[in-house]
Design a protein around this ligand. Sequence first.
Ligand code: AMP
Ligand code: ZN
Length: 464
Amino acid sequence: MLLYNSLTHSKDEFVPNTPGKVSMYTCGPTVYHFAHIGNLRTYMMEDVLEKYLAYSGYEVTRVMNITDVGHLSSDADTGEDKMLKGAKREKKTVMEIAKFYTDAFFADCEKLNIKIPEIIEPATGCIDEFIKVITELLKKDYAYIAGGNVYFDTSKLDEYYVFNKHEQENLAVGVRDGVEEDENKRNKCDFVLWFTKSKFDDQELKWDSPWGVGYPGWHIECSCISMKHLGESLDIHCGGIDNAFPHHTNEIAQSEAYIGHKWCNFWFHVLHLNTNSGKMSKSKGEFLTVSLLESKGYDPLAYRFFCMQSHYRKSLVFSYENLDNAAVAYNKLISKISAIKNEGEIEKEKFDSLKKGFTDALDNDLNTSLAVTALYDVLKADVNGATKLALIADFDQVLSLDLIKEEAVVEKTEEDERIEKLLSERAEAKKARDFARADEIRDMLTKEGIIIEDTPQGAKWRRA
Ligand code: AMP
Ligand code: ZN
């Protein structure tokens, strides 16, 4: 499989460290608010990556953190803690906010058929690990204490800007408009590993540490949580493109300084979902969530289909018009599939050649848009129903669009059984030409609000 690697700026052959096994780390949500559908685009494409690796035969272990402390308003560790902001907004404790929005995130994932990684770790559960790694970084002279905080010293590295070698000045933290410079920093890109002093003294969650009572910086959590569960060599690290700098750049700096060798081979970044008016935001304009789409009558899977139709390395513009088009196409697709009759034996050769269209698309840097085309090719193909349905079910292991709807099994109530008994009595009466009794039953049920429709297959009924 070829996969674009932000580290090499090229599509590279994906080869894991251990044959047949993949370790995968995903930056999880900062649980101070609902996830917007842009965040969920990133999680959805990571989900496709995980599922496609598993589909290709790898045993994938995937870890995700939950950021419940340390992520400040600016990614460059200035401003107020996002969690604290959320708690103040809703007049709750930080832990109440974390629990509520973690559950809301999982509920959104479920609606979008995003598999929740088997290992989920909140940052507040790993304080001992953070302290261990920061202590070692200080010992190795990669970190220093200034103004009560512990900072990572980026000048100790041969190369700091690993992703964006040519745009150093644009990316430099501390020179962007609106970001205040921290005078304790020796170099403008140094970042906080542990805070004991910040402008915001009302930080709710604090822990004892060798450097005083305080709390961890945001970046250290992902390095530590990843190493705790996946060891010191990682195959793939994922996140949205905004995470590449400074978050992932800082993760690499501190992890490699700590372990003394290369840490992660592949960096998978998903481009943003934007609106016509620009970047999607939790604070500006309409806050686009899965629940909002549902309240407007959209099936969340129509949004998944919308995302599958574009490549993860292209930014995607959300508009209701675009979503409407995807929803219409999705519904048509489902109804075409439901009309396929499961007939014949699977035609092996045709199965393999149509499947190749799907795997070729995904083997080429996870091209889901062409994978969807491969799905339409199945519908158009000159092949029997059983083969088509087998291919669709096979592709859906990765696309997760619920392409084959199972007939809902509805439990009959006693009341339903009474109505059906009366309808079969009515049918018997008709057969015996006892129309008076047949009409009597009909009138009785009509009075109860039951609508009866006589069809060639017999009488059908529903409640008015
Ligand atoms: P957060 O909860 O803010 O830490 O973000 C969660 C994930 O969503 C991260 O991987 C971000 O990089 C990603 N992300 C943030 N904004 C967008 C967006 N507009 N489109 C796609 N992904 C995004
Ligand atoms: Zn992270």
